[in-house]
Ligand binder design. Structure first.
Ligand SMILES: *Cc1c(COP(=O)(O)O)cnc(C)c1O
Length: 471
């Protein structure tokens, strides 16, 4: 597969270059495959749907062709995924796609574990270590730290905004030893991301250290997230034939979004033939993308703190990839877009529990509420001419092409549950009056020692630290 650059379409690189570089330091652009090969019909129409790992292999293969052999790719996938995504029905036209059954209890395990193994594979013949820099608003850092921990030839420096992640998230970030360390930065997630981005375009630094990224800007994190969209869309497609007795039921993916890596992966799955009719981009108060969809103006802005803090992103980096793949008109046809403020998030956790008995985390809760509103009349009102005010929480005023499917009750929603509710225990407990169950692997991390290193939001200081501490 050939990869190009969102800022310069004359760029052509192979998979290894795209993965090891993270982004194109010459342009500041992001790598993207030049095509998204469709899976064959026979595979897509299997009933029951193929297993998650079979889907992963089939989807990854064209992107690694000629660079990773089938046997090695298969080994990477088997090693990366000792766990599965899980589809749980809420009612007869709503499903939750649980993506938190990996080691750090959030969906980022899917991307990070694949990327770590691919990078390690490509780094086998190198004499010096590859240094991964990763900015995190919460869950990225722990997923990446966990995925790379003790992987030879690679080391990881995590940057996170001090005081802006939960206690449990902080423990998950800051307790690694050996080849993984964490810097707590006096600033926001956007500041952390800026420090990392500045390092990548600093030629002096790059002359001294081999650097790579692990944010959702890395294509090796984005591609594997498309596997679970395919898996869930195929599974739900077969299920709805039974649950609602309609073979033509539309499938809508409802995606709680921050940096929009997850949603971009969904677009890739759809290009590759996943039976997905549309998406709902669900955000918190950091509504840069909903505002863009509503008004046509893209205005990146400083991030705002919310209960769904892994989505506190004011300048979503994958906007660039979405723009490279689709026009604004196409986005408006394909996406519903929805946002909630903090009060809305808490009520959504509560409503989901009251109406369905399902304990959902604050990120997934925005998706739950978005889907609930959409199927309970918000889309119909929009079609009948109600002009939604995009500056208020709720659905943006664009009418997607799948609106009639919703109105005719021929659509099923798949809500992506991106983290275990136990990771956001205090918000969830406040909302529903009981504690969510705590997985053993989270309980264990609370007992470890915090080893985070304090860092000011200052590039020169950060650079000096890197040069003094990495080799
Ligand atoms: C990272 C994260 C998100 C947002 O994903 P993006 O790919 O950045 O849009 C949503 N929920 C949780 C729990 C996350 O960790």
């Amino acid at each position: 597969m050939i990869y190009t650059d969102t800022r310069d379409s004359s760029v052509k690189v192979d998979f290894k270059t795209a993965v090891m570089g993270g982004m194109n330091s010459a342009t500041g652009g992001l790598y993207i495959p030049t095509s998204f090969p469709k899976l064959d019909r026979e595979f897509l129409e299997k009933d029951p749907a193929p297993s998650f790992r079979d889907i992963a292999f089939k989807m990854a293969k064209p992107y690694c062709e000629g660079e990773i052999s089938d046997d090695d790719l298969n080994a990477i996938i088997q090693d990366a995924y000792p766990f599965n995504p899980k589809v749980v029905p809420l009612d007869n036209n709503s499903y939750v796609l649980e993506l938190f059954h990996g080691p750090t209890c959030a969906f980022k395990d899917f991307g990070a574990r694949f990327m770590a193994r691919v990078m390690s594979y490509f780094n086998r013949s190198e004499a010096t270590p590859l240094h991964i820099l990763v900015a995190t608003s919460g869950d990225t850092g722990s997923a990446v730290g966990s995925a790379f921990h003790n992987v030879p030839g690679l080391d990881v420096t995590i940057l996170y905004p001090e005081g802006k992640v939960s206690e449990l998230q902080e423990k998950q970030l800051s307790t690694f030893t050996g080849n993984v360390r964490a810097l707590k930065v006096k600033g926001t997630f956007d500041d952390c991301q800026k420090l990392v981005k500045t390092a990548f375009v600093d030629n002096d630094l790059r002359g001294k250290l081999r650097l790579s990224s692990a944010n959702s800007i890395n294509i090796a994190r984005l591609l594997p997230q498309s596997f679970y969209y395919m898996f869930s869309a195929l599974s739900v497609k077969n299920r709805v034939a039974i649950d609602v007795k309609n073979k033509n039921q539309a499938i809508i993916m409802v995606v709680p979004s921050g940096n929009f890596g997850n949603l971009t992966s969904g677009l890739i799955a759809r290009e590759m033939g996943a039976p997905i009719d549309g998406f709902v981009a669900a955000t918190n108060t950091n509504r840069t993308i909903p505002d863009w969809i509503a008004t046509g103006d893209y205005n990146a802005r400083p991030s705002v703190e919310t209960y769904a803090n892994a989505m506190d992103v004011g300048a979503p980096s994958n906007y660039e990839r979405i723009k490279a793949m689709y026009s604004l008109d196409q986005v408006r046809e394909l996406f519903g877009s929805y946002w909630l403020d903090n009060d809305g998030i808490k009520s959504a956790v509560q409503e989901c529990y009251r109406n369905t008995g399902y304990i959902i985390d604050p990120h997934g809760a925005i998706g739950y509420k978005a889907w609930d509103d959409i199927k309970s009349g918000a889309m119909e009102a929009l079609k009948n001419g109600t002009k939604n005010d995009y500056t208020k929480p709720g659905l943006t005023p664009n009418l997607p092409v799948w609106a009639d499917k919703i109105i005719n009750k021929e659509a099923s929603g798949v809500i992506l549950e991106t983290a275990s509710p136990a990771k956001f225990g205090s918000t969830v407990t406040d909302a529903i009056g009981r504690q969510p169950p705590m997985p053993d692997r989270l309980e264990a991390v609370l007992r470890l020692e915090d080893r985070a290193i304090p860092m000011n939001n200052n590039y020169e200081e950060f650079k000096a630290w890197l040069l003094a501490n990495l080799q």
